[in-house]
Design a protein around this ligand. Structure first.
Ligand SMILES: Cc1cc2nc3c(=O)[nH]c(=O)nc-3n(C[C@H](O)[C@H](O)[C@H](O)COP(=O)(O)O)c2cc1C
Length: 218
């Protein structure tokens, strides 16, 4: 085994190692309202869901190389709101265009040719053909020098009809196949899914079986 002492490692090496090994990371294509009124969009892969009660997502922002804050986090601080658009293969090329560090006056949705649709509870656009969009309000922001972690509360979810089964409850895995970021410029698409169930014989060993079952049936 090779060892890396993170207490001594330069930040760029920590970034390389962490992002090389913690993956795949889901991609949030975040849309916000710019101060001038146009749409802003940028992909973030320091992103995940962390709770459902309350429904919380977390996004990690770093500053640009010149130390300035990215437009997305600036817009989130100002408006208190943002929309997370999930990304599949059909959106991959547009997502990467939105990742260019454009000047603040650039409308990335417009630039990438992405149709905008209105949100219901927040002042931001969502991406019309995303499989799933989540309207979020700031729950809290944790600031570090040169970076910020935004905890957002999901207040509304939009799901494209074909991504759900006939009952409208469960995802349709043959349609909803998000892409995720691996190391550097490498990505993966979730088109090779498999089911993995706990052995039935283990049910008797579950300490908190009843609440878990009840939650799955909700
Ligand atoms: C797939 C992908 C994931 C990214 N993840 C992050 C991230 O988690 N945090 C971050 O600060 N920047 C991330 N970036 C970089 C931003 O998307 C990029 O700096 C963008 O231009 C910021 O745009 P904005 O100034 O409009 O917010 C990512 C870029 C790509 C392509």
């Amino acid at each position: 085994m090779m060892q890396f002492d993170f207490t001594e490692l330069p930040p760029a090496d920590r970034y390389r190692l962490l992002t090389n090994f913690i993956g795949p990371r889901p991609i949030a294509l975040i849309t916000t309202r710019a101060e001038a009124g146009h749409d802003n969009a940028a992909p973030m892969s320091f992103f995940n869901v962390f709770a459902h009660e309350p429904p919380l997502v977390i996004v990690g922002f770093s500053a640009r190389p010149d130390g300035s804050e990215k437009d997305t986090i600036g817009n989130i601080r100002r408006t208190g709101q943002f929309c997370v658009n999930m990304v599949d293969m059909a959106l991959a090329d547009q997502m990467i265009l939105c990742g260019v560090n454009f000047a603040a006056d650039v409308d990335e949705l417009d630039f990438a040719g992405l149709e905008a649709a209105p949100c219901r509870q927040i002042d931001a656009s969502r991406i019309a053909r995303t499989p799933c969009a989540m309207e979020c309000r700031i729950e809290r922001i944790i600031d570090y020098p040169g970076r910020a972690i935004v905890i957002g509360e999901v207040v509304e979810m939009h799901v494209r009809d074909d991504c759900l089964d006939a009952g409208g409850r469960y995802v349709n895995p043959s349609v909803y196949q998000p892409i995720a970021r691996l190391h550097a410029d490498n990505y993966i698409v979730s088109d090779r899914q498999f089911e993995l169930k706990k052995p039935a014989a283990m049910a008797a060993r579950e300490v908190a079986q009843a609440p878990q079952k009840a939650m799955e049936q909700r």
